[in-house]
Design a protein around this ligand. Structure first.
Ligand code: SAM
Length: 235
């Protein structure tokens, strides 16, 4: 989609938590770092995407820079894309504080970002795609495909519901409880909002959307009931 149709999904209005709110952004890292070690997770992504000092990477929905700030030390250029100006501003301040100057900040989104540099070696989309309904997830994945070099890789992490269980309610409740135990009640409440109001989908739909966007799924890992990590390769 090069021209913006009038019916384009308004990705600037985020579902769920209001990431345009400066207070939400300021609280983000301290809460989410209880769920994951940013450095360790970023290192795993760098390794699985085979990134090195020559690599260019697009971080779609970069947030506070959980991945971008770490990857900037290991890669040539990071394009940090987010619909939230507050998130980008926060990420930029952190980068300045750390003396990082190879991050390009792009106030845009999965459905609107136009990558004008050379096709990238890789893209990362960590806990972002669920902000779009399924039809738009496919549009976003196809757009991402178009931003990458042949053989380029995408790391996709999100909350994805398992289709092969008769006890989905229990799986969801267990996940929300685990978030509450690992982090706090506030993040558990966000888990509830996530399931109720956001657009996480089934595993078979996600896999279908990825493949129909032109990617091969090099690996699909499901953990903690509803967490999915896909490493995808551009055919
Ligand atoms: C749960 S946070 C994840 C942030 C980051 N990737 C991380 O690993 O912590 C979701 C982020 O996606 C951004 N976002 C939501 N919808 C988006 C879209 N359509 N395009 C790009 N970013 C989006 C939000 O502003 C927010 O920064």
């Amino acid at each position: 989609m090069t021209k913006k149709p009038v019916w384009l999904f308004d990705e600037m209005k985020c579902s769920g938590v209001d990431f345009s709110c400066v207070e939400e952004v300021a609280a983000y890292d301290s809460m989410h770092q209880k769920l994951r070690d940013y450095a360790r997770t970023s290192e795993a992504i760098i390794r699985r995407l085979s990134l090195d000092s020559a690599s260019t990477v697009i971080d779609l929905g970069c947030g506070t820079g959980a991945f971008a700030l770490h990857a900037a030390h290991k890669c040539r250029t990071i394009y940090a894309v987010d619909v939230s100006e507050a998130m980008l501003e926060y990420c930029k301040k952190q980068a300045e504080h750390k003396g990082i100057s190879n991050i390009m900040y792009c106030h845009s989104g999965l459905l609107t970002y136009e990558h004008s540099g050379e096709p990238a070696d890789a893209a990362v989309c960590f806990a972002v795609l669920h902000h779009l309904p399924d039809f738009w997830k496919q549009v976003a994945l196809k757009r991402c495909f178009g931003m990458l070099k042949p053989g380029g890789r995408l790391m996709l992490f999100d909350i994805v519901f398992p289709s092969g269980t008769d006890s989905l309610e229990e799986v969801i409740d267990a996940w929300i409880n685990s978030v509450g135990t690992m982090a706090n009640d506030r993040l558990a409440q966000e888990g509830i909002i996530h399931v109720r109001n956001e657009f996480s989908t089934y595993d078979w739909i996600m896999e279908g959307l990825i493949k129909r966007s032109g990617f091969d799924i090099s690996s699909a890992e499901y953990s903690n009931g509803v967490q999915a990590t896909y490493v995808c390769t551009k055919r």
